[in-house]
Design a protein around this ligand. Structure first.
Ligand code: 4AD
Ligand code: MG
Length: 461
């Protein structure tokens, strides 16, 4: 019978039939007269058996891992007591090699494992991706993105695609990638927030999934130079509405993933102990967080006025208690979420620590509005995965904020105009997709959660 061409993921309905499947040799076991191949084609894994004449060819005896092959044969249920992906195996009656791969010492499969030198793993990312873990992470990433989209659309947000080439900053001039744009200065976008704000009057609540770029010299396990940024902006909301919305989006997105057997299985494979977070999330003000850190003896490195770490007599960084006004650094944040063990909102950060556009809280220290209607969502094991805030609505207040930040307002005229042509209470947030995935899939670093991660001095492959 003519073999029916099929992808491994769709073989379920073809039991007992003759099929043709092409893919890569994922695993290979040569046993006397019988060869077992686990074939991989991106949609799944297929156990295949070559025996008799088809196993006694030169091609069969010299077959190597990662070669591409085309297998023809009958798809049979595996005998009782044996297991195989999908519960079936292909009994091959005809096959050919489509493309060989180096075996022996040259085979990357012999050289790569979790303990390999990280720089070799980074150089060979294109081959690492062929591994079961890396491909599971990327499949979960795809499901996560579509689940986020479905959830946001179900909340009546419209997807837009803002530009990546921009002439304005959002999160501070120090982390901009600058480029020459037909002789003019331009940047790779840090955040699409300002553009999302301009969509509210015509499109209503909006979101985008866009690459953001940060020229941060951070070699931590949660910083990338390019990351996928999911951002949303909502009109006529209060700060409390914003927090409740973020919580809903996160929880409903996770619920959608768990409701789908395929993605639930990916989560189980990567993060066996995962449990969906409970609502409402813990909410702690910045001022309470400072107290909490001090009560728990979590200190930070002392810095001088120029931001240089102060060393003690032994040459180690001098550790000091937190004070209101201090940034809560990554290490402190991580210890806090590790101890509390649940997702939590930190809110009400001092204006000094946050971006120029953030709305001040309606109370403060005397006449000085010290704190902002801002929030970070922290997840156990990762720390900050979301940053959001309410935005300034008053044109004069925004003008003063530009001045304080040292921003020339000229290129921001379109952003300022939002306050001029019918201002409104609004707010939004940005979520780091790789950080969210690191939490969901229990990955050590965001570098595992990006197809081709970029970090300082790494833009290859
Ligand atoms: O806290 P950030 O800087 O906030 C903004 O950009 C706002 N303008 C977003 C908005 O309100 N529309 O970044 C938002 C999130 C962070 O919480 C983090 O998850 C992620 O983006 N992020 C990074 N992820 C990986 N590598 C980096 N270097 C990141 N910088 C921020
Ligand atoms: Mg932030």
């Amino acid at each position: 019978a003519k073999a029916k061409k099929a992808k491994i993921g769709h073989l379920g309905s073809l039991r007992g039939q003759r099929v043709s499947v092409s893919g890569w040799v994922h695993r290979l076991r040569n046993q006397k007269d019988i060869i077992f191949i686990v074939l991989r084609d991106g949609t799944g894994y297929l156990q295949s058996v070559l025996s008799g004449k088809v196993a006694q060819t030169y091609a069969a005896l010299t077959l190597t891992l990662e070669s591409t092959v085309q297998l023809h044969g009958t798809l049979q249920a595996v005998p009782e007591g044996k297991t195989a992906p999908g519960g079936h195996e292909l009994v091959v009656d005809y096959w050919k090699v489509l493309g060989g791969a180096p075996g022996g010492d040259e085979a990357f499969t012999n050289r790569l494992n979790e303990k390999s030198d990280p720089s070799i793993l980074a150089d060979l990312r294109h081959l690492v991706l062929r591994g079961e873990i890396a491909s599971a992470v990327l499949k979960l990433r795809a499901a996560l993105l579509s689940s986020f989209r479905d959830t946001l659309v179900s909340h009546d947000l419209l997807e837009v695609t803002p530009p990546c080439l921009v002439q304005t900053q959002v999160e501070g001039g120090a982390t901009l990638f600058k480029l020459d744009y037909y002789g003019q200065p331009a940047y790779l976008t840090q955040s699409s927030q300002l553009y999302l704000e301009t969509c509210l009057p015509s499109l209503g609540d909006v979101f985008c999934v866009q690459e953001s770029f940060r020229a941060e010299n951070s070699h931590t396990r949660r910083h990338l130079s390019e990351y996928t940024h999911l951002e949303a902006e909502l009109a006529f909301i209060t700060f409390d509405d914003l927090l409740t919305h973020i919580e809903a989006i996160i929880c409903e997105t996770v619920d959608r993933l768990l409701a789908n057997p395929t993605t639930a299985a990916l989560i189980k494979q990567l993060n066996p102990n995962f449990t969906a977070p409970a609502r409402p999330f813990l909410r702690m003000s910045y001022v309470d967080a400072i107290k909490w850190l001090n009560e728990h003896g979590i200190q930070h490195e002392a810095e001088d006025a120029d931001g240089n770490v102060i060393l003690d007599e032994q040459g180690k960084p001098k550790m000091v208690d937190h004070a209101v006004g201090d940034d809560i650094a990554e290490a402190a944040e991580r210890r806090m979420t590790d101890i509390l063990g649940v997702p939590m909102f930190l809110y009400g950060f001092p204006a000094e620590l946050k971006s120029f556009y953030m709305k001040r809280m309606p109370y403060g220290d005397g006449d000085v509005h010290l704190f902002t209607e801002s929030c970070d969502l922290l997840m156990p094991g990762v720390g900050e995965i979301v940053g959001g805030s309410m935005r300034m609505t008053d044109q004069d207040e925004l003008s003063a904020a530009y001045k304080k930040e040292g921003i020339d307002p000229t290129p921001y005229y379109w952003f300022t105009d939002q306050r001029k042509y019918g201002t409104c209470e609004h707010g939004g947030y940005g979520l780091g997709v790789e950080r969210f995935l690191a939490w969901l899939a229990n990955r050590y670093t965001v570098r595992e959660c990006s197809l081709y991660p970029r970090w300082p001095s790494r833009a290859t492959p």
